[in-house]
Design a protein around this ligand. Structure first.
Ligand code: ADP
Ligand code: MG
Ligand code: MG
Length: 538
């Protein structure tokens, strides 16, 4: 850790920061009032705490840091102190979590909706096209996912002008930082316990964060439902991963729940994987109960046909995929935009109250076929974000590039417009923040994005759809049959079981605040734009 280079750099434009505070409403603390000596002490403690508690990422300066744990580690980029966030919006975001879970599950079951909504995109976006091909094959097989597991993160920004909590996106694949996010919460609580009086802050105003434990619990419950005590949980990983500690935190699974985990790349899965006729998926001879993807969301994860073969093979198996191909597609930006169209939510959810709650957090979302909107976006590109069907940060188009891209697409008259969606740009309040990266703390104007994790686990009890029971013959068996288990009333000796489904888990699971310098468009922590943060309820 480069604490030797510790330097609380004062940025230029302090007056502007003052204005930022005024614009953002009441600051939780006059952070200008904190003297440098105190800040340096807190920064030092934060760096020690991070090192001792595994709030770590691989150091990009060490070549081996993405491959080998325990070498080339550096503290994760963090905010020194939690960012204030109004409690009412926090509650709103938490309340939305189970509703979005249910929505995504239902959307995932509507294969035609997914295929139709992405049909134009398929023609121009090779990556989405490959995902849709796998989805088509699964539909042709008429294969149903009997156990469905989602580990999601719904991201929001608080729009300053409209005072609305607006959704940025819903992540269904590889939702990262549950592990490190929890640690940042613990760090901030610890710092406020130690320095709260000096800062005028109360550690109890930081909501507890149990995302890691709840995600691990969801994975373990899915593993239990699969019902093969010898099977493992497999984490699909990239060949190099500097964010491996965040992933390893979830694998504490092994210790807590006695579930063995293995880490494999898509290429390894292709060479070691085997699909048995009964659907069992073996990797290196071991049965896999749960496949948890922390790779496979970007074209770069599929450098050859081998990786695509692996993805298809897993999808064809009975292993529980987190996410399944349907969940993955349901989380694409194009589907987000389709769901925001009038009367679409109503296709999937019965409750008017729920649809109203979801709709309230939808920002403006448009397809590029809407010529009025593209015209507006060309005139005022700063009010829009243009998004391709990609994950992982760094893919969106902003500002003048929106205008240029739209004009180019118009001129070419190609169908490439279907690769993108347009979204209303959200402008959160700017506030002064201490950001620490590589042991260096600097003060800057920053904006924040709140991510709320959620887990969903559902089991379809469709194996028995109808059967007849002869109660007289049951007496011969030396065990008691629990009739209610099959969803029968037990009143009649002949009973028919319905195609029953049961939700095992549908919970909000902690959160992640990401804070970035306000001049930066993108918000990726790993990509070097943002820092991990927690919230201070106001
Ligand atoms: P990804 O799946 O790559 O994370 P996002 O939709 O989350 O894609 O966009 C990446 C980042 O771009 C976000 O974290 C946020 O900082 C910024 N961003 C995305 N959409 C908007 C928007 N509508 N308004 C303002 N910033 C946005
Ligand atoms: Mg995403
Ligand atoms: Mg995102």
């Amino acid at each position: 850790l480069k604490i030797g280079t510790l330097n609380c750099a004062r940025v230029a434009g302090e007056m502007e920061i003052e204005k930022g505070i005024a614009a953002a409403g009441k600051p939780i603390v006059d952070r200008h009032g904190i003297d440098d000596g105190l800040i340096q002490k807190i920064v030092y403690d934060a760096l020690v705490w991070s090192s001792l508690h595994g709030l770590l990422v691989g150091d990009r300066n060490d070549q081996r840091s993405g491959k080998l744990p325990g070498v080339g580690m550096v503290h994760a980029p963090i905010a020194l102190l939690p960012t204030s966030f109004p409690e009412s919006y926090w509650k709103q975001a938490c309340e939305l979590a189970p509703i979005f879970n249910e929505l995504i599950d239902r959307v995932s079951l509507d294969g035609k909706f997914l295929q139709d909504s992405l049909a134009r995109t398929k023609k121009v976006d090779a990556f989405t096209s490959r995902l849709l091909d796998i989805h088509s094959k699964i539909l042709e097989m008429n294969k149903k996912e009997e156990i469905r597991l989602g580990l999601h993160r719904s991201d929001y920004m608080l729009d300053e002008k409209t005072k609305l909590l607006l959704q940025i996106e819903f992540n269904t694949i590889s939702s990262s930082f549950a592990g490190l996010g929890c640690l940042v919460t613990d760090l901030h609580r610890t710092l406020l316990n130690d320095y709260g009086e000096d800062l005028g802050l109360d550690s109890k105003r930081i909501p507890g964060n149990t995302a890691t434990g709840q995600f691990a619990e969801a994975l373990a419950k899915a593993w239990t439902e699969y019902n093969n005590p010898r099977a493992v949980a497999m984490i699909v990983v990239q060949t190099e991963e500097r964010n491996m500690y965040d992933q390893h935190w979830l694998c504490t699974l092994g210790i807590t729940y006695n579930v063995r985990t293995i880490r494999k790349t898509l290429a390894e899965i292709d060479s070691e994987g085997q699909l048995l006729p009964d659907g069992t998926f073996l990797v290196g001879g071991q049965a896999v109960a749960v496949v948890y993807f922390r790779a496979g969301y970007a074209p770069i994860d599929y450098p050859s046909e081998s990786e695509w073969r692996a993805r298809l093979l897993m999808e064809q198996s009975s292993a529980i995929k987190c996410p399944s191909i349907s969940y993955h597609l349901a989380g694409t930006k194009k589907i987000q935009q389709e769901l925001a169209k009038p009367n679409v939510l109503e296709r999937f959810l019965e409750s008017k109250e729920d649809t109203a709650k979801l709709r309230k957090c939808f920002a403006g979302l448009w397809s590029l076929v809407d010529s009025d909107i593209t015209k507006k976006a060309i005139e005022k590109p700063e009010l829009f974000v243009m998004k391709p069907q990609r994950e992982g940060g760094g893919n969106n188009i902003y500002g003048d590039d929106v205008k240029e891209t739209l004009l180019r697409l118009q001129k070419e008259g190609s169908e490439e417009d279907a690769a993108y969606i347009l979204m209303q740009r959200i402008f959160p309040a700017v506030s002064p923040t201490f950001l620490i990266r590589d042991g260096i703390c600097r003060k800057d104007h920053a904006i924040s994005e709140l991510g709320v994790y959620s887990a969903y686990l559902r089991k379809m009890k469709s194996l028995v759809t109808s059967f007849e029971m002869d109660f007289t013959s049951l007496k011969l068996y030396p065990f008691t049959l629990n009739i209610s288990h099959f969803g029968c009333t037990g009143e009649s000796p002949v009973c028919t079981c319905r195609n029953k489904e049961s939700v095992i888990m549908n919970d909000q699971c902690g959160y992640l605040m990401r804070t970035k310098v306000s001049s930066s468009n993108e918000g990726g922590v790993a990509a070097g734009f943002a820092v991990l943060d927690s919230i201070y309820l106001t």
